[in-house]
Design a protein around this ligand. Sequence first.
Ligand code: MN
Length: 195
Amino acid sequence: MTLERYQQKRRFSATPEPRGRPPRRTRSARGGRYVVQRHRATALHYDVRLELGGVLVSWAVPKGPSLDPAARRLAIHVEDHPLEYFDFEGVIPRAQYGAGDVIVWDWGRWEPDGSVDDPEAALRAGELKFRLEGEKLHGGFVLIRTGRHGAAGKEFWLLIHRRDDEGVPDWNAEKHPASVKSGRTNDDIAAGTHG
Ligand code: MN
């Protein structure tokens, strides 16, 4: 895992995003931190990031994660992000990659399901079952790769809450708009309002 793609896409003289230190390979841990950032770019999406192997493995989820087990959320795999991105909140200036505003929409811990031997191998194989314990998200989830699309070979995955006690029918991320870091919304961040 490397930050090359992350760093190539950005001009760190122009964006407040962290450059990130070279990832230190850690032994494949039994989980770690996760963060979900609500990113209002050209198109609104939620970036779901799992700490794994010294980086934040990341997916862009246009409709956001849901606690509703009936919701199958498209999750587009994107470049690994540095661990320093974990609590990034701010405005990415116009004309920069990902221009728009970002809040820390949820954070907490993730751990692979008991059936998962090696989470990195599970991701390479295209299916990871895991648990989230955050401020908004709870319970079992699965990420399943459904295919690759386009010339760039983008990987399309689905993010689905498993049918467990922590599922909540009709749960919609957009009804929970405040940052868990600052209490601010994307509008507050865009307006430069401090909580
Ligand atoms: Mn994004």
